[in-house]
Design a protein around this ligand. Structure first.
Ligand SMILES: Nc1ncnc2c1ncn2[C@@H]1O[C@H](COP(=O)(O)OP(=O)(O)O)[C@@H](O)[C@H]1O
Ligand SMILES: O=c1ccn([C@@H]2O[C@H](COP(=O)(O)O)[C@@H](O)[C@H]2O)c(=O)[nH]1
Length: 299
């Protein structure tokens, strides 16, 4: 009797049952399953296809806290869920830009402040399930810390948070789900002041000057405009436990649904073209395909 169990994929599998690995306990079970008649030939390697969730919202809206809450509520799962931040992809500054940044006179809230080329490359690598290096950004020195990269490998779900993660259409189209954390701007400013003084080495005059000169105008012009691309808006951020619980249920459902990256990205791109907004449903294999219990697909 073949048991439905997750296994490390064997090197040799019949092509007629490429998605059967998680149904069978080992290759001999697979042979029983196929009645010993299938021609065994070298099959492509299989790997997990990470589900990418973009989390946008203004500064200090609670994007990171919402992501942490999602992970905490997902609880004990055999899935690997990680958070990365768009802040890791701030551009390297010239000497003159660095001088301006230290005076609070550099616009870190404009889309040009980000290295979108690197951000895109990293998201594509993540989407393809390849081990990916994430730079570490230091808000005190306004620069990436050399040699402090984090490697992400084998993730099942990647939460990608940042003020402008939905700004670039190509980057936006890489997300399987898009969330927008919508928190009152007075509350955001209060949190930002406290955080920047405590954690980012700023003084109150700098924070308020940067906020009124760059942060608020750029939020209105760029970040807020991307709210329309969200599949789900979370008013009040992490306080909104009902929204987060519903979201967690949805993610759990998605994690249980078989899915192949090629079909899911096609669905994602075509729905964006049709609707201007993504309406991505978990992809199911056609009847007759062998279903797996996770995001497994051939290389
Ligand atoms: N619901 C909340 N209640 C109180 N403090 C919060 C709440 N959500 C976030 N914070 C605090 O506000 C600051 C900004 O939150 P964070 O999640 O880092 O925002 P973002 O990632 O959007 O910049 C942090 O110091 C965080 O602890
Ligand atoms: O060197 C820097 C880089 C960025 N900022 C500010 O950070 C926020 C984005 O981070 P959140 O965690 O989403 O708040 C952005 O508003 C920049 O103004 C900075 O001050 N210094």
């Amino acid at each position: 009797m073949v048991q439905r169990k997750s296994v490390v994929p064997p090197d040799y599998l019949p092509l007629s049952c490429r998605f059967a690995m998680e149904f069978v306990e080992d290759v001999s079970d697979l042979r029983d399953f196929l009645g010993n008649t299938a021609v065994m030939r070298k099959a492509p390697q299989f790997r997990r296809d990470p589900y990418l969730i973009g989390v946008a919202g203004g500064t200090a809206s609670g994007k990171t806290t919402v992501c942490q809450e999602i992970i905490s509520l997902l609880g004990d799962t055999n899935k690997r869920v990680v958070i990365i931040s768009q802040d890791s992809f701030y551009r390297n500054l010239t000497d003159n830009e660095l001088k301006l940044a230290k005076e609070g006179n550099y616009n870190f809230d404009h889309p040009n402040a980000f290295d979108d080329k690197l951000f895109k490359e990293v998201l594509l690598e993540l989407k393809e399930g390849r081990p990916t290096k994430i730079p570490h950004y230091d808000f005190v020195t306004h620069s990436r810390i050399p040699g402090k990269e984090e490697i992400i490998d084998n993730a099942d779900v990647v939460l990608i948070e940042g003020i402008l993660v939905f700004y670039d259409p190509e980057i936006r189209s890489l997300f399987d789900m898009r969330l927008f954390v919508d928190t009152d701007s007075d509350i955001r400013l209060a949190r930002r002041v406290q955080r920047d003084l405590e954690e980012r080495g700023r003084n109150i005059a700098q924070v308020l000057h940067q906020y009124t000169t760059f942060v608020k105008p750029a939020f209105d012009e760029f970040c807020f405009q991307t709210k329309k691309f969200a599949d789900l808006i979370i008013p009040r951020g992490a306080e909104n436990i009902i929204a987060i619980e519903l979201l967690v249920q949805r993610i759990q459902e998605i994690l249980r649904t078989p899915r192949s990256s090629s079909t899911s990205s096609l669905a994602s791109n075509s729905s964006e073209k049709l609707n201007g907004e993504e309406n991505n449903k978990p992809t199911r294999f056609a009847a007759g395909d062998c279903q797996t219990n996770g995001f497994v697909r051939p290389h």
